[in-house]
Design a protein around this ligand. Structure first.
Ligand SMILES: Cc1cc2nc3c(=O)[nH]c(=O)nc-3n(C[C@H](O)[C@H](O)[C@H](O)COP(=O)(O)O)c2cc1C
Length: 204
């Protein structure tokens, strides 16, 4: 009798262990827990491109994330529609986003037709910028990008800095330093985390 009870309990324990193992494996490889993040940028002298790479590293650090990095001019309608989150980067041109990035957003209506019916609604958005001077438009540029996303009924988030990640690239602080790259990675990670929350719910 005691022997039979022992066997019954041992069987239950083994079955429970198997179920736990199968459950954790399914979760780790579950494609449903992944998101697609599009990083779109404009860059002439490479600074904003370097920040885009940092943003991509941060997004990739979140397991299971699919990351697409493209220049704004190479983005196709399907890139926008298939993404759960979009992070847009621009150099500061006269205190605002560059013409290329503005044209990209204008094309959300004129070319991609995603503005109509709010096809970008509830996707997550973030911004990054590089500018030559410490205070000559980086925050305004990020806000302008976020404004365009708000008009499209996206959910906007910061990361790296309050409004996104930015870097100063002029003679006082040429290029992108490690601190600025860290901010870029933080932005990529935060936007991805929020995209996962909006798509799959927040972790318990
Ligand atoms: C047409 C033009 C206008 C610019 N206007 C500003 C500006 O208003 N404020 C600023 O801080 N930098 C300004 N810059 C500098 C760029 O924003 C800066 O060099 C940036 O890092 C360039 O990015 P990229 O290397 O990705 O092309 C301007 C550069 C250009 C070419």
């Amino acid at each position: 009798m005691i022997h039979r009870e022992f066997l019954r309990r041992a069987t239950i324990r083994v079955l429970a262990a198997i179920l736990l193992l199968v459950g954790s494996r399914t979760q780790a490889a579950d494609p449903a827990s992944s998101v697609t993040v599009l990083i779109a940028y404009h860059s002439v002298s490479g600074n904003t491109e370097k920040m885009a790479q940092g943003v991509a590293e941060g997004a990739k650090a979140v397991s299971g994330t699919k990351v697409i990095v493209k220049r704004v001019g190479d983005v196709a309608t399907d890139d926008l529609l298939s993404s759960d989150a979009i992070i847009v980067g621009s150099p500061v041109y006269f205190g605002n986003m560059s013409g290329e990035v503005k044209t990209f957003f204008d094309n959300w209506l004129l070319k991609f037709a995603v503005f109509r019916d709010f096809k970008m609604r509830n996707k997550v958005g973030g911004a990054f910028a590089t500018g030559a001077s410490i205070s000559n438009g980086k925050e305004l540029t990020m806000l302008a990008i976020l404004e365009a996303m708000l008009v499209n009924q996206m959910i906007i988030v910061g990361g790296g800095g309050a409004f996104g990640a930015s870097a100063t690239t002029g003679p006082d602080s040429p290029g992108i330093d490690e601190k600025e790259l860290t901010a870029a990675r933080e932005l990529g990670k935060r936007v991805t985390e929020v995209a996962i929350m909006t798509k799959h719910g927040s972790p318990k």
